[in-house]
Design a protein around this ligand. Structure first.
Ligand code: NAD
Length: 322
């Protein structure tokens, strides 16, 4: 089997590729893996170093129809991670988000349809649902995205669904909660706070700090994606989550404690525009159909991640200068 992984040099895509190419996913032990990644500011070639001899990296853009067509001809299945992924950047300027997340996804779907791929897994996000004060979203809830990032992801999610409904392309969609773990770009809250605190700096806390996120270890997200790729039903959406719900204040408290710092290191800053209050996904469907359950306990996973950032200063120091 030949598998195309887009965005495989980013945080989550590279985690999936490292596991797949190391034989951790039974269904991919003999797979040939091709990664298509543009190596934007968020793409790091070295993230694939541990499996570089088992993976082909093609540096290119998912919006490049000719290149995407050539690659699609050579593969049987696709797992599509490539995206502009940082909400704050989408508030500063949404053009790259629409181009990569919407047009890029449509370019991939078109080529997948032309070349008859057997599975197309589209990696979406729980942010497409909007914000929920109580309870959790099931997959049939309407999409009400609030940021340009989540709106561009909702658009690509719906275009992927439409390629199944209209053309019968075997598309599967996953919508996951917030991820943490090693190799996360240090603009995202956990690695940003951890590395700032490591250097004796301060950390910015948005608004009243009471926004709630469900934190899931990246290994659990990738395990969920692999379950969907291997056994999910075409045309279906699967939520992935079930991590630990924390307010940003609670998260900050834990990161301060792990770094031996106190609230003196925290600088309150004006709230993010349109900041969603709470995300929460219901994972009943993927659990019942595919036997998914998160395995990494939050405190242990966070301690491991912090240890990884401590041991890999040269990795994040360089990226913080980008
Ligand atoms: P990331 O920003 O770390 O990585 C994105 C990767 O895509 C990078 O390697 C980048 O070079 C590549 N890329 C960007 N534009 C490209 C283009 N035009 N052509 C080819 N490659 C391109 O993002 P991430 O956090 O690893 O997220 C991966 C996917 O998972 C995204 O689709 C994101 O929406 C989704 N997701 C993320 C989270 C999270 O908590 N980080 C949660 C749920 C879903």
């Amino acid at each position: 089997m030949r598998l195309l992984v887009t965005g495989g040099a980013g945080f989550i895509g590279s985690n999936y590729v490292r596991h797949a190419a190391s034989g951790d996913y039974e269904g991919l032990r003999d797979a040939e893996i091709v990664v298509l990644d543009k190596l934007t500011y968020a793409g790091v070639k070295e993230n694939l170093d541990p499996v570089a001899d088992r993976v082909e990296l093609v540096v290119g853009d998912i919006c490049d129809a000719e290149l995407v067509g050539e690659l699609m001809q050579r593969v049987d299945q696709v797992v599509h991670f490539a995206a502009e992924s940082h909400v704050d950047r989408s508030i500063d300027g949404a053009a790259d988000f629409v181009m990569t997340n919407v047009v890029g996804t449509q370019t991939l779907l078109d080529a997948a349809l032309r070349h008859g791929v057997d599975r197309f897994v589209h990696v979406s996000t729980d942010e497409v649902y909007g914000s929920i004060d109580e309870g959790s979203w099931t997959e049939d809830r309407p999409l009400e995205p609030n940021s340009p990032y989540s709106a561009s992801k909702a658009s690509s999610d719906l275009i992927a669904r439409a390629y199944h409904r209209t053309h019968g392309l075997p598309v599967l969609i996953t919508r996951c909660s917030n991820n943490y773990g090693p190799y996360q770009f240090p603009e995202k809250v956990i690695p940003l706070f951890v590395t700032n605190l490591m250097d004796g700096g301060t950390v910015p806390l948005y608004g009243d700090g009471l926004n709630v996120r469900d934190w899931l270890h990246v290994d659990d997200h990738c395990r969920g994606i692999e379950l969907v790729r291997a056994g999910g039903r075409a045309g279906e959406v699967y939520n992935i989550g079930g991590g630990t719900e924390l307010t940003n204040r609670e998260l900050t408290e834990r990161l301060l404690a792990a770094s031996g710092k106190d609230w003196g290191s925290v600088v309150p800053v004006e709230d993010r525009k349109g900041h969603d209050r709470r995300y929460s996904v219901d994972i009943g469907k993927i659990s019942a159909e595919l036997g998914y359950a998160p395995q990494v306990e939050f405190d242990a996973g966070l301690a491991d991640a912090i240890e990884w950032y401590r041991g890999n200063r040269e990795w994040w120091e360089r990226l913080k200068q980008r």
